[in-house]
Ligand binder design. Structure first.
Ligand SMILES: [Zn+2]
Length: 116
């Protein structure tokens, strides 16, 4: 008898904030971190203490400052998955200027399901 994994649909539909962290200087070839949080301020505080992400822990340990470059409010993890398929630099206004805001928009409102 096999155990079934708990359904993910409820978790996937949770609405939160996606955020892009720009590093004050590159860490090897990494320059950004894209994440999703239900409580962004708490998550950023954890990152700055070196918790929650092995990459960010290494970055912080190397003395690199984490700069919150952009947020996407009231989105789901679906947008984060799309974001991970593209170069993060493209979405970053620090690297890419105002053009960054034209990229990576939610396809539908996560609450109403209406297309945007
Ligand atoms: Zn950047």
């Amino acid at each position: 008898m096999s155990e079934e994994a708990p359904p993910l649909s409820g978790r996937r539909r949770r609405v939160g904030t996606m955020y892009l962290v720009h590093f004050s200087r590159p860490y090897y070839h990494a320059r950004h971190y894209l994440g999703f949080a239900l409580d962004l301020h708490r998550r950023l505080a954890r990152h700055r203490r070196g918790e929650g992400s092995p990459l960010l822990a290494a970055v912080v340990d190397d003395g690199i400052e984490l700069i919150l470059a952009r947020t996407w409010c009231k989105v789901t993890r679906a947008l984060e998955r799309r974001g991970h398929r593209s170069p993060r630099r493209r979405f970053c206004p620090i690297c890419n200027g105002p053009r960054a805001y034209d990229s990576l928009k939610p396809r539908r409102d996560p609450v109403t399901g209406v297309g945007t």
